[in-house]
Write a protein that binds this ligand. Structure first.
Ligand SMILES: NC(=O)c1ccc[n+]([C@@H]2O[C@H](COP(=O)([O-])OP(=O)(O)OC[C@H]3O[C@@H](n4cnc5c(N)ncnc54)[C@H](OP(=O)(O)O)[C@@H]3O)[C@@H](O)[C@H]2O)c1
Length: 253
């Protein structure tokens, strides 16, 4: 074993080196663009083993080719029939799971539309991608997360939220409603799972310079938006804080 967590597959090495991510097994949805891609890179840099999912095969292959020790999976979180194959591939690639990040997202109608002008199909797609997909994938991976927590590793689910989950912005109805539902589901999951050693977080990364933001607000001044790399560092720190707390509790317990 080595003290460099980037060279090591072991949780113990990661703990000794002061990072909770060394050897951790992490799955990220929407890993080919924006925040998801930045999270893939940030967590690889911190010594985690990473699998990611996205729909576009070319982008999945490109990101996989750019990084050693990353596992790209082609799948659509909004499609019920994709969830179990996705979960099986994640577990096959990583051999278990400690952290799940539900990041992939759908804006609903593009250009954004008032609710009165929103097609039901666009609303359904936002709900399927932003609420049911994360719910199904979490359920499919729950046994592995619980097993990781039982083994004394830690388990965290991070659901990526938005300020649109809280504030009623005109034009953001389908997206905002889906993110509000995801936020509430996360809070209930957390209450139900915390005793099992699984923490469920729901965090807003802030307004970022990404393809999603460009599609939603094409007129925005991009120089004023947060870099997705900055948000990825902040979210990784938030996950790390939960993991470190657990490690500290284990050390005294
Ligand atoms: N950008 C912002 O200002 C902002 C603000 C607050 C919250 N957020 C949240 O931050 C997260 C990341 O957003 P982003 O701006 O980084 O988005 P993005 O640049 O558009 O990237 C979205 C990623 O998700 C994948 N994806 C989309 N639909 C998918 C599906 N059904 N199944 C699997 N993968 C899917 C995309 O690849 P494919 O298209 O190939 O599938 C891509 O990799 C989202 O949850 C978003 O709601 C963003």
């Amino acid at each position: 074993m080595t003290d460099n967590p980037h060279d090591s597959g072991s949780l113990e090495a990661g703990r000794r080196a002061g990072t909770p991510f060394g050897g951790l097994r992490v799955a990220i949805t929407g890993g080919t663009s924006g925040l998801g891609l930045a999270l893939v890179r940030e967590l690889l840099d911190r010594g985690a083993h990473v699998a990611f999912v996205a729909r576009g095969r070319d982008a999945v292959n490109r990101v996989s080719a750019e990084h050693a020790d990353v596992h790209g999976i082609v799948g659509d979180v909004s499609r019920k029939q994709d969830i179990y194959p996705m979960a099986v591939q994640i577990l096959g690639a990583l051999g278990g799971l400690d952290v799940l990040i539900n990041n992939a997202s759908d804006l609903g109608p593009v250009p954004l539309a008032l609710l009165a002008d929103t097609d039901c199909e666009d609303f359904e797609r936002a709900l399927a991608t932003n609420v049911l997909g994360p719910f199904r994938l979490t359920k499919a991976l729950l046994g592995s997360l619980a097993s990781s927590a039982r083994e004394g590793s830690r388990a965290v689910v991070l659901n990526v939220s938005s300020d649109a989950a809280i504030h009623a912005y005109p034009g953001w109805g389908a997206y905002g409603a889906s993110k509000a539902a995801l936020h509430h589901v996360s809070r209930v999951w957390n209450e139900e799972l915390i005793a099992e050693g699984i923490s469920v977080l729901s965090l807003d990364p802030g307004d970022m310079d990404t393809a999603l933001h460009l599609a939603a607000v094409p007129e925005a001044d991009r120089s004023l938006l947060k870099r997705p790399e900055t948000a990825a560092r902040e979210l990784a720190d938030a996950i790390g804080a939960v993991l470190t707390q657990r490690v500290a509790n284990e050390a005294v317990g």
